[in-house]
Every structure is written in C-alpha cells, then in structure tokens.
Design a protein around this ligand. Structure first.
Ligand code: G3D
Ligand code: MG
Length: 189
C-alpha cells in the first residue's frame, strides 16, 4: 500500500473510531492501572494498527493530537507520588477515559480505589468519564454487572456526579465497543 492510501485508510479508520468528534476540538486523558490496555488503545488510535510491545519498549503516549483531538495517557496505581500531578493532567482535559482489565480480578480492589478517588476529586466533577471494561474478547473476562459491583459504580455513585459517567465493555485488540464509547462521549462534550 502506498503512503497516501495507507494514510487515508488509517484516517478513515480513526474517524470511524472517533465518530461524533468530527469538527470538535477536545482533550482526552486515558488512565487506569498498568496493563489495562491504554498503550494499545492509544497506539491503535494513533496509527490504526494493533501491535505487540515488548515490555521495555513502551511508546511515549503523551500529548499527541489527531484531527483536533489531543490524547494523553498515564498509569495509575502503586505510586501515590503521581497524585500531585493530577491537577496538571485533569484540569485542561475535557473528559477522562478510565480503563480496567476485566480479566484481572486480583486488581479490581486497586482499580476501585483509583476510580473512587477520581469520583471524589471535586475539580473534575463537571467532566464526563468513560469507563472501559477492556479485554472482553478473553474467555476469563468478568461480566459487566460484576465489574460495576467490583468498582463500586452503582447508580448512586454514578448519579452523584454533575457530569455523566458510563461504562462500556471493550476489546481494544478486536476493536469491540470502542467506537460506541467514543460516540457516547462525543455527545457529552
Ligand atoms: P497499559 O498501557 O494500560 O499498561 P497495554 O496496557 O496497552 O500495554 O496492554 C497490556 C497488555 O494487555 C498487552 O499484552 C496488550 O496486548 C493486552 N491487551 C490490551 N488490550 C487488550 C484487549 O482488548 N484484549 C486482549 N486480549 N488483550 C489486550 P502483552 O502481552 O503485550 O503484555
Ligand atoms: Mg502503557
């Protein structure tokens, strides 16, 4: 495939993933525990492809912009030291995408702590949040209802925010659910 047709097919792909965002400018932050699938998602959005990264070769995912949408990604959990950076990350963003590995039952508690802390963080009370319950292509994926319970995202928690929050099942690798999630988000911005 030549460069131009690669570029246009990738761009069409990106636009299909980001349906609803056309002609909008937005700044999005993608967060979650390590291993949730953030780098895979961001790489896919940036290039239209999925690829395997060797653990030592993580692409830098800070601040890339495509078609007016700026993406930023960072890992939560395990290192409370990053918390003082929250202001830098969140205040300029329009929405937050929180990813959780739906197969990693042992880390649900840790993921819950992170998302609950996010929900308690007043400065972002007016920013929409999308939760992606990722890796649903795997047979050991946890059912959405159980994820909602494990993360404490019952109706009461969701309705106590000023801005909407919604959870979607996704497989970044298989391209399931991502488009729907972004489509919903675009209507909230
Ligand atoms: P992170 O950036 O949140 O830390 P990564 O997570 O994007 O690096 O992904 C962690 C691992 O999960 C990667 O596997 C990646 O391929 C895998 N992964 C991400 N999304 C999905 C998905 O939707 N389905 C499945 N089955 N796997 C996914 P490796 O083996 O490279 O560590
Ligand atoms: Mg990563």
């Amino acid at each position: 495939m030549d460069f131009l047709s690669y570029f246009s097919s990738w761009f069409d792909y990106f636009m299909s993933m980001m349906v609803g965002f056309q002609d909008k400018e937005a700044s999005l932050v993608v967060i979650g525990l390590d291993n949730a699938g953030k780098t895979t998602l961001l790489h896919r959005l940036r290039t239209g492809t999925v690829r395997q990264f060797v653990p030592t070769e993580r692409v830098s995912e800070h601040n890339f912009t495509i078609a007016g949408i700026t993406f930023q990604g960072f890992d939560l959990g395990g290192h409370d030291a990053v918390r003082h950076l929250w202001e830098d990350y969140y205040l300029d963003t329009d929405a937050i995408i929180f990813m959780v590995d739906s197969c990693d039952v042992r880390r649900f508690e840790e993921a819950k702590d992170e998302i609950q802390e996010l929900l308690d963080y007043d400065p972002i009370n007016e920013k929409p949040i999308v939760v992606l319950s990722n890796k649903v292509d795997r047979s050991d994926a946890t059912h959405l209802d159980d994820i909602i319970k494990a993360l404490g995202l019952d109706d009461k928690a969701l309705n106590s925010r000023e801005a909407p929050i919604k959870i979607f099942e996704t497989s970044v690798v298989k391209g399931i659910g991502v488009e729907e999630a972004f489509k919903w988000l675009s209507t909230k911005l």
